[in-house]
Design a protein around this ligand. Structure first.
Ligand SMILES: Nc1ncnc2c1ncn2[C@@H]1O[C@H](COP(=O)(O)OP(=O)(O)OP(=O)(O)O)[C@@H](O)[C@H]1O
Ligand SMILES: [Mg+2]
Length: 341
């Protein structure tokens, strides 16, 4: 855990709902009282382009939610609306139960944003940039908090450098420090690791996890599917302004992920024998490989039977291996066809 992150409890509930001191389990609170609640959100830009079209989404307290989608899908627009940078054309957004338009200052103070585009004053120092950000939210100066933040992001040695003298990866870390300077409860990371080297990407993942461990809710967009696969509790896929899927990552992988068993045959076949027609089998490698595709748990149980039936049919194999479809395969299918594979 990073030292600057403290140990604040975010999900305290009002006394009247909580009863005599006994707190309901965290999961129940998370389900009934989402940190972010978006309903029927739409955005039509002046050009007439429908960037968002009736988006409904709830973000649970303390989760890491990854929003995936191709270029132009509407991810940055959605984040921009929640952060008050883009005006919605319709719908409603609530942060911690409060409307973002009617209660702008209070809701905005709960949010941290690491924007997709790097925009900072080139000649300002790292320290000035980050402390100014905190001040914007009306928080009193807290040099000790900023020091912990800069140390945790390996920026402390560079605190007197002007922004212009930093590398791209360092600038991105300054943006993260800025976004965390006022101790937000909900952090948006819009492609936080675009153009960042592998090592720094791993550091950022660790940082995001440690933030989550202290109760900060995280919504990130990414084009690196492995990032979502590695980090997210839930995944949303947006395409052409519509949310086409929201699901637990583990459930998504279980439901949509298919597996393949490939058998390297001793003798090539010209066609799948009729006796094996009940299995999802295909020949590959010019008949020298037999590929069995299975996804449902029931089909998995068929492997032993398949091997017996192969033996009975006189089909021998010299080697076998299995492969599992990745989140990337699932994502490509979803955004190409608009429906799950
Ligand atoms: N200020 C704007 N004026 C007009 N159209 C815009 C504006 N900002 C975004 N758009 C359009 O809205 C659509 C959604 O853009 P958005 O930036 O939200 O996509 P994105 O999912 O973040 O894409 P990327 O992965 O490339 O960052 C795009 O077609 C984009 O061209
Ligand atoms: Mg974007």
């Amino acid at each position: 855990m990073h030292p600057f992150l403290g140990n604040e409890e975010d999900d305290t509930i009002p006394k009247k709902a909580g009863g005599a001191g006994k707190r309901p389990p965290r999961l129940i609170i998370a389900a009934v009282n989402p940190i972010l609640s978006i309903s029927r959100l739409s955005k039509t830009y002046a050009s007439g382009l429908h960037a968002l079209d009736g988006v409904d989404l709830e973000i649970r307290r303390g989760e890491i939610f990854a929003l995936l989608g191709p270029n132009g899908a509407g991810k940055t627009t959605l984040i921009g609306i929640v952060c008050g940078l883009v005006r919605a054309s319709g719908g409603e957004v609530r942060v911690d139960g409060r409307d973002i338009v009617a209660d702008y200052r209070a809701t905005r103070a709960l949010i941290g944003l690491v924007p997709q585009e790097l925009t900072t004053n080139a000649f300002e120092t790292v320290w000035a940039t980050v402390s100014f950000s905190r001040g914007l939210f009306g928080k009193p100066p807290d040099p000790a908090h900023l020091e912990k933040l800069l140390r945790a992001l390996s920026l402390w040695e560079r605190r007197h450098s002007p922004m212009i003298a930093l590398s791209g990866g360092m600038k991105r870390r300054v943006l993260i420090a800025k976004a965390l300077s006022h101790e937000p409860r909900l952090l948006f990371l819009d492609e936080p690791t675009a153009g960042v080297d592998v090592e720094l990407r791993r550091d950022m993942w660790a940082l995001v996890r440690s933030l989550r461990d202290t109760g900060v809710t995280i919504v990130l967009t990414t084009h690196y599917i492995e990032e979502a696969e590695e980090m997210a509790d839930r995944i949303g896929v947006i395409d052409k302004g519509r949310l086409v899927l929201v699901e637990e990552k583990a459930e998504l992988m279980r439901r949509l992920g298919t597996k393949q068993l490939t058998l390297q045959l001793e003798h090539a076949l010209e066609q799948v024998p009729a006796a094996l027609a009940g299995y999802r089998l295909q020949l590959a490698g010019g008949g020298s490989e037999l590929v069995y595709t299975y996804d449902a748990p029931g089909e998995r149980a068929c492997i032993a039977r398949l091997l017996k039936d192969l033996d009975a049919a006189g089909i021998r194999f010299k080697d076998l291996h299995t492969a599992q479809s990745s989140l990337e395969d699932i994502f490509v299918q979803l955004t190409r066809t608009g429906s799950p594979p």
